[in-house]
Ligand binder design. Structure first.
Ligand SMILES: *Cc1c(COP(=O)(O)O)cnc(C)c1O
Length: 395
């Protein structure tokens, strides 16, 4: 078992088997190492471990076998050299900024990223002299125009939330590298099952394991995947010192999440595609945003860049906020929550929840109308999901 090179296997197999080194107990399923520290055989060995001249466990803030298994597995799946796990997706994003940026540096970020990512750059990195410019996600010329001599990072989420817009990752990576910048891709919406940003030229992938990787809404976690050099010189020293560590228990939960990720993603995407096509035919619906539809502006790019079209569908109703809220309130089964990537379908009104803190004109500029509703399509029977939406669509 220990001799297998998991690089030779497909992502579905890696997700189930890679990274686990069975102990002398012969356990079939990964065990949880609930220990804060580890014992050394001698003072000499302790010194060698602490100076990292000898590999091995030291302290669970930065070395834990359960967390390590999760890291090895996700690194393989993303086709990266190494992965480090964090306490949350936001902790992982914070780690990238803290370890790679300094006062005077500049970041270019797509306008449509996760709300707390915007706040991290605007409220915290700005405090320490790092400036950020926000640009339209899909417009490569806009990215190139905003790069300054002090720009260090380009940060992007593709597809975006909630409108499912895309950017050409390879094109953006070329722009980044021409200007000696690093490209960071938040791959939460696609997971490595659907999209591999590192293979397309990105330098760093960031994850919230809270979403599809767990898939059952049980825990909060995050991860950074990058080259040996970036991890070893920047991210690892920050994790060891900063301490926003993933717990062994959560790593164990996420490992079982990874084992079913491929089948879950395919099922989420199949149902979302069917729902998007069905919604397009409903008289009460004005417009559906889903990359699988030919009406989507970047349908062709989605076909090339992703293996599937995604598990999230958003749509505009005829009428405004009133119609949107009516539809949400008429559902019987769907969970009214802003979370996504769960086996349970969720429904939300972005303009008053996830994007409610944006100024109305900024929100409209981003295309998030009052009539917009977002559904994260779960794994319930698709006919039951349609029926649940129908209560509000025929009001
Ligand atoms: C949820 C989310 C995050 C943040 O992750 P947490 O685990 O909630 O901290 C970052 N990016 C995207 C796209 C997300 O959906």
């Amino acid at each position: 078992m220990t001799d297998i090179d998991w690089n030779d296997y497909s992502v579905e197999t890696q997700a189930i088997r890679a990274g686990h080194q069975r102990t002398h107990e012969g356990e079939h399923s990964m065990s949880i190492y609930m220990t804060s520290s580890y014992v050394f055989n001698s003072a000499e060995e302790a010194a060698l471990r602490f100076s990292r001249q000898q590999p091995g466990n030291i302290y669970s803030r930065f070395t834990n076998p359960t967390v390590d298994t999760f890291q090895k597995r996700l690194a393989l799946m993303e086709q990266g050299d190494r992965c480090l796990a964090f306490a949350s997706g936001m902790a992982a994003i914070m780690a990238i900024g803290m370890s790679l940026l300094k006062a005077g540096d500049h970041v270019v970020c797509s306008r449509s990223v996760f709300g707390n990512t915007v706040l991290t750059f605007e409220n915290y990195f700005a405090k320490f002299g790092v400036t950020t410019t926000f640009v339209e996600l899909s417009n490569l010329d806009a990215w190139a125009a905003e790069i300054q001599p002090n720009t260090q990072l380009l940060f992007v989420e593709t597809p975006s939330n909630p409108l499912m817009e895309l950017v050409d990752i390879r094109g953006l990576a070329d722009i980044a590298h021409q200007q000696d910048c690093l490209l960071v891709v938040d791959n939460v919406f696609c997971t490595p099952i659907m999209q591999k940003p590192l293979a397309l030229g990105a330098d760093i992938v960031v994850h919230s394991a809270t979403k599809y990787i767990d898939g059952h809404g049980r825990g909060v976690g995050g991860a950074v995947i990058a080259s040996e050099e970036i991890i070893e010189q920047s991210i690892y020293p920050y994790l060891r010192t900063g301490g926003a560590t993933m717990s062994a228990f959560n790593a164990w939960v996420f490992l079982s999440g990874l084992e079913t990720l491929a089948v879950r993603m395919k099922a989420h995407c199949d149902s979302a595609f069917e729902l998007a096509k069905w919604l397009e035919q409903q008289p009460a619906v004005e417009k559906v945003h889903y990359p699988g539809l030919e009406s989507h502006a970047q349908h062709e790019l989605a076909r090339q860049q992703q293996s599937h079209f995604g598990g999230v569908v958003s749509f505009e109703l005829k009428g405004g906020k009133e119609q949107a809220w009516k539809l949400i309130n008429a559902t019987q089964m769907l969970s009214i929550t802003a979370n996504l990537g769960d086996v349970k379908s969720t429904i939300t009104h972005p303009a008053s929840t996830t994007h409610g803190r944006l100024a109305p004109e900024v929100r409209l500029q981003a295309g998030i109308k009052e009539s917009l509703v977002r559904v994260s399509v779960g794994l319930e029977n698709i006919d039951d999901i349609k029926q649940d939406l129908l209560y509000g669509l025929i009001l």
